[in-house]
Design a protein around this ligand. Structure first.
Ligand code: FES
Length: 152
């Protein structure tokens, strides 16, 4: 049975925005999902209270690439306060949905953004936890269906 992806997911997967690295980034975040092995890295250029530029590298499934692409589009040029409010749900909605067995991929995108902001605060000697919260690195959330996702 083929999985149904929205046109937006397919479009962002085929033509991902903001792919690459930022040299001398102000914050770099990397998260991985221990079970599927996918890794997402996000680079941010921050000017004052604004995320001026953002790029990503995702070593992962199509949904992870599409959610990274959309997440970067949603936060580029935004104030840090607004970026902190980014949820995986907002990313999924902006992509017109994801199959339920691929929802964990969007969690990776939310965590990668938060991880980059945490790095930014840490570099300034500020404890990021009260601002950004805990990062779910090496995400151990239940993705029992992940292997199944690969076979489709
Ligand atoms: Fe691992 Fe999508 S992030 S299957």
């Amino acid at each position: 049975m083929a999985m149904m992806y929205s046109e937006k997911v397919m479009e962002h997967f085929s033509n991902p925005r903001n792919v690459g690295e930022i040299e001398n980034a102000d914050g770099v975040g990397e998260v991985g999902n221990a079970k599927c092995g996918d890794i997402m890295k996000i680079y941010m250029k921050i000017n004052g209270d604004t995320v001026e530029d953002v790029k990503f590298k995702t070593f992962g499934c199509g949904a992870a690439i599409a959610t990274s692409s959309m997440a970067t589009e949603l936060i580029k040029g935004k104030k840090i306060d607004d970026v902190l409010k980014l949820t995986n749900k907002a990313v999924v909605e902006a992509l017109d949905g994801l199959p339920s067995i691929k929802l964990h991929c969007s969690v990776l995108a939310e965590q990668a953004v938060k991880s980059a902001l945490s790095d930014y605060y840490r570099r300034q000697g500020i404890d990021p936890v009260p601002i950004v919260g805990e990062i779910v690195d090496e995400d151990e959330t239940d993705i029992g269906s992940c292997a199944l996702a690969f076979s489709k």
